[in-house]
Design a protein around this ligand. Structure first.
Ligand code: HEM
Length: 535
């Protein structure tokens, strides 16, 4: 040290040190001013927002329900505001700013952030968690049209899809009735997950699994761990350094990596089996269809020869569908037992349209407006996908007069639209009637105001399939069975936050309405007695 400093004037050294420290301080202050919520650059201000603590930013304030925290901040700062989560600035969009960003400025807001957790989904080749590239655009078109081809594309595919859904729901009802006979009250969660996964497995891989199949239950049974880690506000994504020393977040993240490894392996095995036996003249299922179309598109686009895009795609479809749909079904069953008068109203409507000699079908949908109103109210009221998968900006842009730099993380608060008092009267009340006019006709303007499948370039590719499946699920349940809650453990509307909101465990009992082949009579008196005993 002495050697290198020899001959240097101490005053010059002090001046040099002072200069360095001043430069560093100025840089820090300039950065702080630039990133401060509401700061003014020469062009337009950045969005306003709350004070952010060093290191963690606003992470601690989000609590167990970030969508509610964001709705509160929107009241204070307006529909566009920014927070800081660990090392990231996050712009949160609420209310009318969502349509503006996702539809009018679609491309600017359609990216995905480079979050750590996203790189483990489908080994980093996921359509859903990957950002926009030229390949992504081709990939998405193929995925969208293939999903339609196997579900809602035309009357023939609809019938085949309906067949899968109806036979799985009948299996499920049998399990429900058996469990009720054995235990009186049981938790429906696992059976709903296996049943939904089986419908998608039939479409994707051409086969179903038994409820006892341990491997299948292991693969599909950890949705809660997945959804907690990839949901908006997941801590490991904004404080990645937490992965490097023992702590609860690191443990959750290790479990997440492990479940992705097992899930990816399960999907890869299915795709490998299909590649061995595929005959392009006879497409058996979605995996076959993707092998043909994605391999062809990959080669046309000049992408790395032989790279497999089929497994990540099947992973996206199988994962995205069974997690969301089984969550929707859990909420449906929970609400049916929580509001027995709504269950009865559904039964009455279905009974008028569908006689006892057959099951409800897709053709009945236009004559079952209360069933549809119920489904939209489930989506609005629970908002079980409260925020979309996080987006990011693909260019320097602005929204509602605020500048937003390229690569800024964007959270889209779907819940804020579904609970906006300017759009819905008494938004915190569960009321399917709100979607029906005075003649009992479904109000399509209002149903299209519910936001749960997102909008624009990233809009969910499974929306039509999901609505059809949920319609059949509700109509068959109402037609075939009666579900009650365990009076000793009344169901709660509390949930665990993640990409999807998971209801807390609840217990039900299920009886078939058609004992001895006759519909169970339902007098008003009987209805009143049940209604009071269920509360
Ligand atoms: C009730 C059921 C469902 C709900 C509520 C739902 C909701 C969503 C939401 C909110 C997103 C994120 C959009 C965004 O980031 O802006 C999404 C993406 C996606 N969903 Fe769904 N989804 C459902 C069912 C399905 C099904 C059945 C499939 C497959 C058949 C599916 C496949 C996908 C895919 C592939 C993406 C990624 C799209 C992209 O990033 O471009 N989803 N979904």
């Amino acid at each position: 040290m002495d050697v290198t400093l020899q001959g240097i004037d101490p005053a010059a050294l002090r001046a040099l040190l002072f200069g360095c420290v001043s430069l560093l301080l100025s840089l820090h202050v300039w950065r702080w001013i630039r990133l401060r919520p509401g700061s003014r650059s020469r062009s337009a201000p950045g969005p306003p927002g709350p004070f952010a603590w060093p290191v963690i930013g606003n992470a601690a304030q989000m609590g167990g329900a970030p969508h509610l925290y964001f709705a509160r901040l929107a009241q204070k700062y307006g529909n566009v505001f920014q927070i800081r989560l660990g090392s990231r600035t996050v712009v949160v969009l609420n209310g009318d700013s969502i349509k503006q960003a996702l539809i009018k400025q679609g491309l600017d807001f359609a990216g995905r952030p480079d979050f750590t957790s996203f790189q483990y989904v489908s080994n980093g080749d996921s359509l859903a968690f990957g950002t926009i590239t030229d390949w992504w655009k081709i990939h998405r078109k193929v995925v969208y049209s293939t999903v339609r081809m196997f579900s809602t594309g035309n009357p023939q595919t609809k019938r085949t899809f309906e067949g899968h859904v109806l036979s799985e729901i009948q299996e499920l009802l049998q399990v429900f009735v058996d469990k009720s006979a054995q235990l009186r009250f049981f938790q429906p969660l696992t059976y709903l997950v296996v049943s939904t996964a089986n419908i998608m497995s039939a479409l994707c891989f051409g086969r179903r699994y038994s409820y006892e199949d341990e491997e299948f239950r292991q693969v599909v049974g950890r949705n809660d761990q997945f959804t907690q880690t990839v949901g908006a506000g997941s801590i490991v994504d904004v404080m990645p350094w937490l992965q490097y020393f023992p702590n609860p977040i690191k443990t959750i993240f290790e479990n997440f990596k492990e479940l992705n490894r097992e899930f990816n392996q399960f999907i890869r095995d299915k795709v490998t089996e299909h590649r061995k036996t595929i005959q392009s003249s006879s497409i058996r299922d979605m995996t076959d269809a993707f092998i043909v179309s994605l391999d062809q598109q990959r080669d046309k686009s000049g992408l790395s020869l032989g790279k497999d895009y089929v497994s990540p795609t099947m992973g996206d479809i199988f994962g995205a569908s069974q997690d969301t749909l089984s969550t929707a079904e859990q909420w449906i069953v929970l609400i049916l037992v929580k509001y027995p008068e709504v269950q009865r109203r559904l039964q009455q409507e279905v009974d008028k349209v569908v006689d006892r000699g057959r099951l409800p079908s897709i053709q009945d949908q236009p004559r079952l407006p209360y069933v549809m109103a119920f489904i939209y109210e489930i989506m609005r009221f629970t908002s079980f996908v409260p925020l979309t998968i996080p987006h990011c900006t693909t260019a320097d842009t602005s929204i509602m007069g605020y500048t937003v730099p390229k690569d800024t993380v964007i959270f889209i608060n779907q819940w804020s639209i579904n609970h906006d008092p300017a759009l819905w009267s008494h938004p915190e009340t569960f009321d399917p009637e709100r979607f029906l006019d005075q003649d009992g006709v479904l109000n399509k303007d209002l149903t299209s105001s519910v936001l749960i499948f997102s909008l624009g370039k990233r809009r969910c590719v499974g929306e039509e399939l999901s609505k059809l499946q949920l319609f059949l699920f509700v109509a068959v349940l109402a037609h075939q069975c009666h579900i009650t809650a365990d009076p000793d453990r009344p169901p709660s509307l509390e949930y665990l936050y993640g990409l999807t909101l998971k209801p807390q465990a609840f217990f039900i009992s299920v009886s078939l309405r058609d004992r001895d082949g006759a519909s169970r009579p339902e007098t008003d008196e009987e209805a009143r007695v049940e209604s009071t005993s269920d509360q």
